[in-house]
Design a protein. Structure first.
Length: 334
């Protein structure tokens, strides 16, 4: 499409393409794959990239003249740009789901600019509409379903874009929706690519980065941060557990619990249950010794998981005492 085309023309064009994509479900599989592959062969991703970089102000017109800067026209153009980006994101997901191998190959080889634009929209854009579809696109892209190009895609994401997401969490002011979607995407990565995500979590200091969000004013952001923490704890990595203890990273989590915080409490309880069931000794000792009053009188004091944590702590303590005594005896014999 020509750059001078009006915002309205671009909106109608992308809606038309989306309708074609939706209608393709009635086409037999081979022909549908060929149809979507032709999109990639004709450089369709480049055109989508242009849609993601449209200005949000009223500066385009079908007559080529200058539009006024009235509030009504500004809102109209902004709304149309948001619709264009929503439709473009839906098209991306449909192409990825239909011809994933060709799409991923094209993305790795040719479309790093598109990935940067998508990331920017999800993190800092004032337009919330396309953010959900972009987050869904990233999850489809990082899905473990296909082994082909799996390594290339993970390298592409974890080396180029995942560190940017974490850096943005640290420094970029985001609205609550963007924060939640970034936290949710990182949670998906941790739960899906456990081995790869473990090194990413350590290298990018993800735990210390998300700690401020346990107290965020929006409850769904707090939930997003806690679910990410839950996924990280369930990696059960010694280095990560040592970092949690050394930096006292569960204190803020414990302090978020309350009598009326049912959703928050359920995630925190799931974290404690994993620590108990997996017998994560480092964290068990940390919880028992650092938060005795909370475990005794807090919201979870009557739950079985607290009793199990205490039992595990005592068993480990007795084992450690016997082990130390055995070592002392062996030292005397020598």
């Amino acid at each position: 499409m020509k750059p001078e085309a009006s915002t309205e023309m671009k909106l109608q064009a992308v809606k038309f393409v989306l309708e074609i994509c939706n209608a393709s479900k009635y086409i037999i599989s081979d022909e549908k794959n060929e149809f979507f592959a032709s999109f990639l062969q004709k450089g369709f991703l480049t055109h989508l990239y242009e849609f993601y970089n449209l200005p949000h102000s009223a500066n385009s017109s079908s007559s080529g003249g200058k539009e006024t800067n009235s509030a009504m026209q500004y809102e109209d153009v902004t709304d149309k740009v948001e619709q264009i980006q929503v439709c473009a994101s839906e098209i991306l997901v449909k192409i990825l789901q239909t011809v994933p191998l060709k799409f991923k190959k094209s993305l790795v080889n040719e479309s790093s600019d598109l990935m940067s634009s998508l990331l920017s929209i999800m993190v800092v854009s004032t337009l919330d509409g396309p953010k959900f579809e972009i987050a869904e696109f990233y999850k489809c892209l990082l899905s473990p379903d296909s082994e082909y190009l799996k390594t290339e895609i993970l390298d592409f994401f974890y080396e180029e874009y995942a560190p940017i997401l974490v850096a943005k969490l640290k420094s970029e002011p985001m609205n609550s929706l963007s924060l939640y979607l970034v936290l949710d995407l990182l949670t998906y990565c941790v739960n899906t690519h456990k081995y790869r995500a473990k090194y990413f979590v350590i290298q990018c200091s993800v735990l210390s980065c998300i700690e401020p969000f346990y107290r965020h004013r929006a409850k769904y952001v707090r939930l997003g941060a806690l679910k990410l923490l839950k996924g990280i704890v369930e990696l059960n990595d010694t280095g990560i557990c040592n970092s949690i203890v050394a930096n006292d990273l569960l204190r803020s989590v414990i302090e978020t619990t309350g009598r009326r915080e049912n959703l928050i409490n359920s995630v925190v309880l799931a974290i404690l249950a994993f620590i108990s069931q997996a017998k994560v000794t480092i964290l068990t000792t940390y919880l028992i010794e650092k938060f005795p009053e909370f475990l005794k009188t807090g919201v979870f004091s009557h739950y079985m998981v607290i009793k199990e944590l205490r039992i595990n702590y005592e068993l480990h303590k007795n084992y450690k005492t016997e082990e130390d005594a055995q070592m002392e005896r062996e030292t005397r014999l020598k």
